[in-house]
Ligand binder design. Structure first.
Ligand code: NDP
Length: 499
């Protein structure tokens, strides 16, 4: 039976609460424009400059002086020459080739499948945190069973057809076009929710509200940062409500990341006849991270994304494009260059992953348990301070070591995604021994692809430090003097003794 529209648990709110002053974040409208239009370009740059046509990075990038020097008799400028060479080395398909019908239909089918499983599979209805205007929204949770169903289908397909399973060949054939289709989807979604947000009226019965920092009045900024806090749609005929932000956060993009990893693993097997320990550790580590997030789905309700940020391009692009397409860069790299780690490196990387996961999971679970029921035996012994808002802040256990110790665990895990690529870099040359075939070699390339395959560690550190600062600002605004009292007791931000 189709599930019913989720119910609202509280009385009709009386109207918006007193708004706190909220400045621009991410560099205001200029930062929003740079991020919105710069990051899609960065995604294409990663996809083309680390390729399976000539190498990772495209070899000419290593000798810029030659790249910008046209042949003596040529009438080309340096720039024209460089662009022509790079087009050749990256397999540039032309602007029209960035999209095709196959990938667009495939992308829509992928969102459709996620939505269908959301509606049809049994689900738990969970209450969200209290809204500013009063009341709580209900969330339909079945992303874990939904993911298991999809992974089960993929496992069966791979069992039957091996790397020729159509999902894997489809992804590897249309990678660039899938990237484009998802970028366009994220831009469409951001625009759709932005326009719809103008229907939000104070005191509405649907508990719709604007995000505190999302209605500055600057169109570009609000479209980017997200104007409405919890945009929702009701699926016609099925009378089922979908929370767009929670859906996009945990479903198509997050699982899409793992599906991309698996497609790259299939590609490696198809090309070499074996699967390396490096791609296994990357894919398994990332799959554990994702499955863990889906298994602990209710934990998303207390994250900043759900409680504070509106849904705009920042989250739409992050969820649907940035996470799946840049977080899977290591597996993409390894699908072409099969690195063998050996038992020692494998165990060392697994150790880093295990330590990161332990800190991440233990600290997040501790806070969740404490916030759900402070008398729970697992957290009843912990010390805390009481704030004027009634919320309690832990000052011992994991949360007594640093104010965002969970970010440290998350960052350590990111190491285990990058380290398996070792001193990354390869080029593809014609084989002298077997004419007509190509060789992947590291000659003169060792370390050259580090900016690509280790980008994630650096980017993630920046993301977590920036996120910590935003959360710090939010908590300072919310708790005032109590937050200062808390900071006196818990001095470190992320890394105890260092930062
Ligand atoms: P947190 O889970 O760290 O939650 C921060 C909130 O917790 C604060 O705003 C405050 O909320 C409350 N809080 C702060 N200190 C305490 C304390 N001492 N005791 C009790 N409650 C406290 O934030 P995130 O939403 O950023 O992160 C959730 C997880 O998701 C993290 O592990 C993070 O690393 C991960 N993450 C992963 C990303 C990825 O791309 N892979 C991206 C972003 C996050 P309140 O107002 O309720 O007091």
């Amino acid at each position: 039976m189709a599930p019913k529209k989720s119910t609202k648990s509280a009385a009709v709110p009386t109207g918006p609460s007193k708004e706190e002053a909220h400045g621009y974040e991410f560099g205001g409208p200029i930062g929003a424009a740079l991020i919105s239009f710069g990051l899609p370009i960065a995604c294409y740059a990663f996809a083309f400059l680390c390729n399976d046509v000539t190498g990772c990075p495209a070899p000419s990038l290593l000798s810029p002086s030659k790249l910008f020097t046209p042949p003596t008799l040529s009438r080309q400028s340096g720039w024209q020459h460089a662009i022509d060479v790079l087009k050749q080395e990256t397999g540039w398909p032309g602007f029209a080739g960035l999209i095709n019908i196959e990938a667009t239909v495939g992308t829509l089918a992928w969102y459709g499948l996620s939505l269908m499983l959301y509606v049809l599979l049994p689900a738990k209805e969970v209450e969200g945190t209290e809204l500013k205007t009063g009341g709580r929204l209900m969330y339909r949770m079945n992303s874990f069973t939904s993911a298991l169903t999809i992974l089960g289908i993929c496992a069966a397909g791979t069992w039957a057809l091996g790397p020729e399973f159509q999902v894997w060949t489809f992804i590897n054939r249309n990678y660039i076009q899938l990237l484009t289709a998802n970028i366009l989807t994220s831009f469409f979604l951001a625009t759709f929710v932005y326009v719809r947000s103008f229907a939000v009226k104070a005191g509405n019965r649907d508990l719709r509200e604007l995000a505190a920092g999302g209605h500055s009045g600057n169109m570009l900024y609000d479209w980017f940062i997200g104007r409405e806090l919890n945009p929702r749609i009701t699926i016609p005929f099925l009378n089922t409500e979908v929370d767009i932000k929670a859906f996009m956060e945990l479903r198509p993009g997050l699982l899409g990341w793992i599906i991309l990893d698996l497609a790259f693993m299939a590609k490696q097997y198809d090309s070499y006849g074996y699967v390396t320990d490096s791609i296994i550790i990357v894919t398994v580590s990332q799959a554990v991270y994702v499955i863990d997030a889906l298994y602990n789905e209710p934990a998303i309700l207390t994250t900043i994304d759900l409680t504070t940020d509106g849904f705009g391009l920042m989250l739409a692009f992050g969820d649907l494009v940035w996470v799946p397409f840049t977080y899977s860069l290591q597996a993409k790299y390894l699908s072409v260059h099969p690195v063998m780690l050996g038992p020692f490196s494998f165990a060392a990387i697994l150790g880093v992953q295990g330590l990161g996961y332990y800190i991440f999971r233990a600290s997040n679970s501790e806070k969740n348990a404490f916030r759900t029921n402070p008398n729970d035996p697992s957290v009843a012994h912990l010390r805390y301070i009481e704030t004027h808002t009634g919320s309690k802040l832990l000052t011992s256990g994991w949360w007594g070591t640093a104010r965002h110790i969970n970010y440290l665990g998350d960052w350590l895990m990111s190491w285990s995604y990058c380290l398996p690529t070792l001193a990354a870099g390869y080029k593809i040359v014609p084989s002298i021994m077997t004419p007509g075939t190509r060789l992947v070699t590291t000659d003169g390339m060792a370390g050259a692809a580090i900016p690509v395959t280790y980008f994630f560690m650096l980017y993630f550190a920046v993301l977590l430090i920036h996120r910590e600062m935003r959360d710090e600002e939010k908590c300072r605004r919310k708790y005032g003097k109590d937050w200062e009292r808390y900071c006196d007791k818990v001095r470190w931000r992320i890394v105890p003794g260092i930062y």
